[in-house]
Design a protein around this ligand. Structure first.
Ligand SMILES: Nc1ncnc2c1ncn2[C@@H]1O[C@H](COP(=O)(O)OP(=O)(O)OP(=O)(O)O)[C@@H](O)[C@H]1O
Length: 271
């Protein structure tokens, strides 16, 4: 397996997408086909197909244990698939590790917060930026490079309404602020595809509204795949929805197609 494949997708991808758009064609960003995964004898992902078009907001729903997080782990590369394929902007990433997929444009936030508690907000974002373009030891350029990183990190914090807290240690911020920071860190990587795992979990009504506004403002340059149980907030963001149950896609389509499907009511909405 090649561990350092190709140049990142982003620039080539953006040019290609512009071309297709001009010609009125839709462009598939994420193309998952026949994906399978088992843990021992338990089949958790059973031949999942999923296609996301450029700029789409796609919501994954399903009861507990349906295989939603496993599907995210397979797409991000935290788990390797037993079968099937995962293509990002036409490029096959199925057998590549997480770091390569991240370089190619897949960013994710986690259900459990994954930040550095003693560090400041701005440093956390700088680390995310460095993950994209590691700092090399060049004494003459290091300071300028650090200042540039800080400037870019501050811009990200401003975009999520946290600029005034930039130099506070993370442990002095609220849960909702940490969630916004996590989103800022994922956005700092300028992803092609952003995976959001339950971005509203554990938030108060007020924090939910803030995160909702933030996600609604994410550029359509970025395609978003989201797992969320809170249907009130998630439905307002989603263009299309996929319902998973026991690792299988039960139905997929536009918001109304899936919500009105009797199987969704029976399996998920419970009425
Ligand atoms: N590493 C693992 N080893 C064994 N079984 C696992 C592993 N990860 C997940 N599972 C099992 O796979 C099934 C699907 O889990 P998954 O977390 O993907 O579901 P989910 O739809 O995200 O659920 P929830 O909504 O509760 O987060 C569950 O039965 C879970 O116990």
């Amino acid at each position: 397996m090649r561990t350092r494949p190709w140049r990142p997708i982003r620039s080539r991808w953006r040019r290609h997408r512009e071309c297709e758009r001009r010609e009125g064609r839709s462009v598939t960003v994420l193309d998952v086909q026949g994906l399978t995964k088992s843990f021992g004898g338990l089949k958790v992902t059973r031949g999942v197909d999923l296609a996301l078009e450029a700029g789409e907001r796609h919501l994954i729903i399903g009861p507990n244990g349906a295989g939603k997080t496993t599907l995210f782990n397979l797409i991000a590369g935290d788990l390797s698939a037993d079968g099937g394929s995962i293509r990002l902007a036409g490029r096959d990433l199925t057998r590549h590790p997480t770091a390569v997929r991240a370089r190619q444009g897949i960013a994710r936030t986690f259900q459990i917060l994954t930040l550095f508690g003693r560090d400041t907000l701005v440093h956390n974002v700088m680390l995310a930026l460095m993950g994209r373009a590691p700092l090399r030891w060049r004494p003459w350029g290091a300071l300028r490079r650090e200042q540039d990183l800080r400037r870019r990190a501050l811009r990200q914090l401003e975009a999520v309404g946290l600029a005034d807290k930039a130099d506070l240690p993370l442990e002095q911020t609220s849960y909702g602020e940490k969630r916004r920071l996590e989103i800022a860190m994922a956005l700092a990587q300028q992803p092609v595809l952003l995976l959001l795992d339950e971005p509203f979990a554990g938030l108060s009504a007020e924090e939910r509204a803030t995160v909702h506004a933030l996600l609604a403002s994410v550029s359509r340059e970025i395609t978003v795949l989201m797992i969320e149980h809170d249907m009130d907030v998630a439905l307002a963001l989603a263009d299309r929805i996929t319902l998973l149950h026991y690792g299988e896609v039960i139905t997929a389509g536009t918001r109304s197609e899936v919500v009105d499907d009797p199987r969704t009511r029976e399996i998920y909405l419970g009425h």
